[in-house]
Design a protein around this ligand. Structure first.
Ligand code: NAD
Length: 471
């Protein structure tokens, strides 16, 4: 049992004023593995005050000083990668292929931001004006449970690079991982108050961060519903807001796709992070002319995917993070059946041979119409759909017929062809033939997948405001 009893304010681990205790679980076994003492609004305000005190001096640090701090943070996180991996497997249920990406990714976000900063010019001359890019002030980061380390680190890296101090509220379900990453960040020896991390409920600490007048900027990753609340709460004091929200990514097999390579890539994109990924390509668009072959291959492919204990290196799909998330995914599988879709493989309940844990059966629906709720709403689990299209125009129309627009996937044996289709996607990112992540390219959504962009220069400038001096 791990009991997380402290939060991190003004450079020190301190006992929260809040007294509420939350339970922590291992989703693979459903066992309670610890507790977290949650901060309250007073803790949120104490953290904001610490960040506000630290801001004047920190905002005047040089680029070189901030680059050095980012590098120290990266070293400190890399140093405990093994423990971080174990905690992410235990508390979140992440399979090894995902922790193998997520933990180094978290540490490298600091190096990516250091590189961006190295090449970024905060001053420019525009006609008679001397323009300086200024840090906005104290920033708040609010993050979800599905990649706790990565979101904390990337938002922290960006705020610091811009010269902002920051208060962070991670998901209350990730407290063991948060404790570990906070210890790493503390080791980097940054000035007191530059970053503060408060465990707490979204409607308490998160709500205080979203509305407090001393917060200039909120960077949020989470659900579209909460994103809208944060935007409303911030409107009163005109906060700058970056929202990274949900998705319902189209995963398009073009007529000329090489199915030997494309089907594994389609499944990889669809089942990313056990389906608990905003970027998951869950809407598989398949040409009618090749449908029988595609369905046969998808069925065989998904049935070969191993679901289970994240301790097993062969496992690709781990458990859902919580009972609530398990119930939600199950209810969507039932809804799909009620709506008249048919199951190609998978279904309700746990996978065969698994008696406990919040595991769901990787499921593929066929005979799906894009107007069905299962095709329109984010499920956040390993549940995929095949929507047949007649021709390419039809495919593009269906792909864009969604309120989301985060990440789309295109599979084709002709790169120029894929690019032409990519250019017509209403989506923040378009991945062709399973291309790898590009850490300095903008990341974020069109439409209700979000507001603004993260990573690289776009991410940095979202924490800056230009000031023009004319003389
Ligand atoms: P969530 O929106 O419920 O919670 C996210 C964070 O917001 C948590 O820390 C939570 O405590 C906090 N929160 C909840 N209510 C709040 C409120 N009223 N005010 C302020 N903060 C509040 O999301 P979740 O269930 O933790 O994560 C899953 C969702 O996140 C999915 O919808 C997924 O698509 C989205 N997501 C998006 C991205 C992206 O980059 N676009 C990445 C990962 C997850």
């Amino acid at each position: 049992m791990r009991n997380i009893t402290e939060i991190y304010i003004d450079g020190a681990f301190v006992k929260p004023h809040g007294e509420e205790i939350g339970d922590l679980f291992n989703p693979s076994t459903e066992e309670k593995i610890g507790t977290v003492r949650l901060g309250d609004r007073e803790d949120a305000r104490t953290a904001i005050a610490a960040a506000k005190r630290a801001f004047p001096a920190f905002s005047r640090t040089s680029k070189a000083e901030r680059i050095a701090m980012l590098k120290r943070l990266s070293v400190a996180v890399f140093a405990r990668a093994e423990e971080m991996t174990a905690a992410m497997a235990e508390e979140y249920g992440a399979p090894q292929y995902f922790t193998g990406f997520a933990v180094p990714h978290a540490a490298s976000t600091f190096l990516n931001m250091a590189e961006t900063l190295e090449n970024y010019d905060f001053t420019r001359k525009i006609g008679r004006a001397d323009v300086t890019m200024q840090p906005l002030g104290v920033a708040a980061a609010i993050t979800p449970w599905n990649s706790n380390y990565g979101f904390i680190c990337s938002k922290l890296a960006t705020a610091l690079a811009a010269g902002s101090t920051v208060v962070i509220k991670p998901s209350e379900m990730s407290a063991i991982q948060t404790q570990l990453i906070t210890e790493c960040l503390h080791e980097a020896g940054l000035p007191k108050g530059v970053f503060n991390i408060v465990n707490g409920r979204g409607d308490v600490v998160g709500a205080e961060f979203s509305a407090h007048p001393d917060i200039a900027k909120v960077s949020f990753t989470g659900s579209t519903a909460v994103g809208k609340q944060i935007l409303r709460a911030g409107a009163e004091t005109l906060k700058r807001v970056t929202l990274e929200l949900g998705g319902k990514g189209p995963n398009i097999l073009l007529e000329d796709a090489d199915l030997d390579t494309a089907i594994p890539a389609v499944l990889m994109a669809g089942l990313a992070n056990s389906g608990q990924a905003c970027i998951a390509g869950t809407r598989i668009l398949a040409p009618e002319s090749r449908l029988p072959d595609i369905l046969e291959r998808l069925k065989a492919g998904i049935e070969a995917v191993k679901t289970g204990d994240p301790g097993d290196p062969e496992v690709r799909v781990g458990p859902m993070v919580s009972q609530k998330q398990y119930d939600r995914v199950q209810s969507y599988i039932r809804l799909g059946l009620e709506e008249g879709a048919q199951i190609l493989t998978g279904g309700t309940g746990r996978p065969e041979g698994i008696e406990r844990g919040w595991f769901v059966r990787p499921t593929v629906f066929v005979n799906v119409d894009n107007s069905m709720r299962i095709a329109r709403e984010e499920i956040f689990g390993p549940v995929l759909f095949v929507i047949a299209y007649k021709d390419e125009e039809n495919a593009i129309r269906i792909a864009n017929d969604t309120s989301y627009g985060l990440q789309a996937y295109i599979h084709s044996s002709d790169l120029d062809h894929a690019r032409r289709v990519a250019e017509r996607m209403e989506s923040g990112r378009v991945v062709i033939n399973g291309a790898p992540h590009e850490p300095l390219a903008p990341f974020g959504g069109f439409k209700q997948s979000g507001v603004g962009r993260e990573f690289g220069v776009s991410g940095l400038e979202a924490f800056l405001e230009p000031r023009a001096i004319l003389c």
